[in-house]
Design a protein. Structure first.
Length: 306
């Protein structure tokens, strides 16, 4: 593998776009380091700045959830897969979390936007006089969609703002290529985020994400999926939980056919017996509800009888 390629956060992007000029071009397996901004571009440093850093949501692409990239991947074309393994997530020294009157799963808790600045020290998040361990994860990993540019706040078959807390160190995400060169973007790191991201924010923070990226010719699935040492995880999204859950379970049935050799009926039953359907993000925003379906791999809580 070649020397790591560094992608600076000095030129953040506010849309995921196949026509954007690449920040780098790679061929073959490559290690990349993405410097990323927090969800407000590093401008919310004190709690009172929550008002002056509010994005203009009347714009086509509001300045929210900036991403770094894109990276052109030589040889990638529709029908291929890009496999991205997260090796390290180094966090900045502080982040923020906020709540707004009309955003999140529960409205009306505050009369105006309120932010809290959270220092990160010695592997801990400081939340006023409380502290808890960091759980770094990446909110946005995306390939450019075929249908034109989209906001990094949105999620779809191309990846995007999945806000899946399983996108952490040691996880590999498999993304279906939709355009020539794939055009890889990364951003929206969190120091911690619970399932659902119920206010619309986790501990939003900048950082440096180290990834191994490789092209897999063919083998593209309809939706992104994850693998860890012990699990296979299907991802999906839709305007309602019911639809997102159905898509995720159907995707897992297909994955179990490939990885465990099961027919559709047996796979469906096994998901009901051993699978977990979890909400990644459901915060009342313009983004669809993001869902994951988790299943153990053979040898990790499930064995084949000899």
């Amino acid at each position: 593998m070649t020397e790591p390629v560094l992608l600076s956060r000095r030129n953040p992007k506010y849309c995921i776009d196949a026509s954007e000029t690449p920040e780098a071009s790679i061929a073959g397996p490559t290690r990349l380091i993405f410097e990323t901004h927090d969800a407000r571009g590093g401008k919310l440093r004190e709690a009172w700045q929550v008002h002056q850093t509010t994005p203009d949501f009347s714009e086509r692409f509001p300045k929210v959830n900036p991403v770094t990239g894109p990276v052109f991947i030589d040889g990638a074309e529709p029908g291929d897969t890009i496999a991205v393994t997260i090796l390290d997530i180094a966090l900045d020294d502080q982040g923020f979390i906020l709540v707004k009157p009309d955003m999140g799963i529960s409205h009306g808790k505050v009369e105006e936007p309120i932010a809290k600045i959270c220092k990160v020290r010695d592997g801990l998040v400081e939340f006023d006089d409380l502290r808890f361990p960091v759980a770094p994860m990446v909110g946005v990993v995306a390939l450019a969609p075929a249908g034109g540019p989209v906001s990094p706040a949105l999620v779809g078959r191309y990846g995007g703002n999945m806000d899946c807390r399983r996108l952490a160190v040691g996880t590999t995400i498999h993304l279906p290529v939709q355009v020539k060169g794939a055009m890889l973007y990364v951003g929206d790191v969190h120091a911690a985020m619970g399932d659902g991201e119920v206010t619309g924010t986790g501990i939003e923070i900048g950082g440096r994400v180290t990834l191994d990226v490789r092209l897999v010719k063919g083998e593209a699935r309809s939706w992104p999926w994850l693998e860890t040492e012990g699990e296979i995880i299907a991802l999906s999204c839709a305007p309602t939980y019911e639809e997102a859950g159905r898509i995720g379970v159907d995707e897992m049935i297909g994955l179990l056919a490939v990885h465990h050799g099961l027919n559709a009926t047996d796979a469906y039953m096994l998901v009901s017996a051993l699978g977990n359907v979890c909400i990644n993000q459901s915060c009342g925003s313009t983004a669809d509800i993001s869902v994951r379906v988790e299943m153990p791999r053979l040898g990790h809580g499930i064995e084949r009888i000899a």
